[in-house]
Design a protein around this ligand. Sequence first.
Ligand SMILES: Cc1cc2nc3c(=O)[nH]c(=O)nc-3n(C[C@H](O)[C@H](O)[C@H](O)COP(=O)(O)OP(=O)(O)OC[C@H]3O[C@@H](n4cnc5c(N)ncnc54)[C@H](O)[C@@H]3O)c2cc1C
Length: 525
Amino acid sequence: MIVIGAGFAGLCAIHQLRAAGFSVRAFEAGPDVGGTWFWNRYPGARCDVESADYSYSFDPELEQEWTWTERFSAQPEILAYLRHVADRFDLRRHIEFGTRVTAARYDGQQARWQVTTDSGVQATGRFCFLATGSLSVPQLPALPGLADFAGAIHHTCAWPAEGVPFRGRRVGVIGTGSSGVQLIPVLAEQAAQLTAFQRTPAFSVPARNRRLTQDEVRDLKQGYRRRRALARGSPGGIARPPVDRSAHADTAAERRAHFEARWRVGGTPSITGAYSDLLLDAEANRWAADFVRDKIRARVTSPEVAAKLIPSGFPIGTKRVCADAGYYEAYNRPNVTLVDLRATPVLAATASGLRTTAGHHDLDVLICATGFDAFTGAVFAIDIRDAAGRALREHWAAGPRTYLGLATAGFPNLFTITGPGSPSVLTNMVASIEQQVDWLVGYLRALRAGGQRETVATETAEAQWGARLAAAAQRTLYPQAASWYNGANTPGKPRQFMVFLGGLANYARICDDLARDGYRGFRAR
Ligand SMILES: Cc1cc2nc3c(=O)[nH]c(=O)nc-3n(C[C@H](O)[C@H](O)[C@H](O)COP(=O)(O)OP(=O)(O)OC[C@H]3O[C@@H](n4cnc5c(N)ncnc54)[C@H](O)[C@@H]3O)c2cc1C
């Protein structure tokens, strides 16, 4: 088995494949394990799914010995956890670090993948797992003159391990999505002057992060089995009871009280998960959006600044909802300025800052919190070719085509973990990763037992899955937003909704039914 990537997905795959008796060779471009949590070290980086859910369930002893200290752990703690997992289960010996896979070619006669790396190492394996991350290739702003900027430039996902000094400096942050929203309040307390350059305001709700008490940690450890079962049976892979009440079933006053109660609890699903139809019904969605808009007005002192921060033009939840700790309040500080790039676009970077149509902003440091070339970025960075030499990039030229988000017709023995077409980023990713890895390992065991060495998704299965994906998206409000879920943030990318919206539990049921039906949709030999 070849595994590419050593984040949550790669580590899980190595562990489970090895446990099933397969030999594994893994490659990781970075110098250590961790993936997202190795690269995104910006101040304020933390998960927005509760750590108790955003963690592996495969080993009860691991659950008991690891103690999460916060409701939403910060990047250093999650990285420490993944390092602990790698050491505890002796996974590092399978991984070649600092080694980027540049090409993968299928040998049809041998039924093997041959991979080439940037260090000159070549390897072959019967099966190849792309655990390369849905959000691992940075999206940089196309700013003229960026190379002329004399100060330091950092992308939030390529943050220097030694940190960046901000005290007494003039800092610009481009981008106000999840990373910008986490970073800005922290920087506001350190920088002499902070300028946030915003193109599209995001909806953000309070995370209400806090340290877990000893009692909570004890209860969590005692309740893990129940919690995991609840998470696995839920659409989002998180241990919250399902909500099946329509927003139309309540009066305006009842809705307001319900939103208020959930607002006090905090977290990304607090508002968009308050009713079952908030992402299906435009009017219901507007009630939720207006509630959050009112909250933004209340949190920001200046009505002019609040007006710029209030999202409009897309339904709440159809672009990623952020979870913050004092994001809007940061704009009440005298050292923080908001620049609305829709009103005053950036013209160019200069040696000393950024010039917009309204004037020049002097900066010592520029931070790009501009997100990722999502889903396909890391896949296309590898020159993947089938036995006839046809590139995966060509097969996906009009948008990614997969069966279950796991496999692609014409590319045997190649699997994408949380790939395009799976529930992935609209669920707790760790729960999705474990579900997909476990299912695939089950399939590989079945193939081995049957003496089969090759499997490929059929064209029909792939086409039917694509149609199902598109139909699921069309039933919701998601297509109304230009988002990274549908490729809109990356210039030149075909617009296609890339997430399966049926939810994790439903997806797992579909996968299990197919398995019982002889792994329908795959052709094996
Ligand atoms: C700031 C931030 C916060 C997030 N918070 C949450 C959250 O709260 N909940 C949630 O569910 N999800 C969250 N996510 C999504 C997160 O990416 C996933 O939860 C999860 O970490 C993905 O794990 P992965 O192993 O699939 O990918 P990654 O963690 O991205 O790991 C992929 C690894 O593959 C390596 N790689 C890529 N290409 C190659 C190559 N060609 N050769 C060798 N190595 C390669 C990369 O270096 C990387 O280390 C967050 C993402 C970000 C950026």
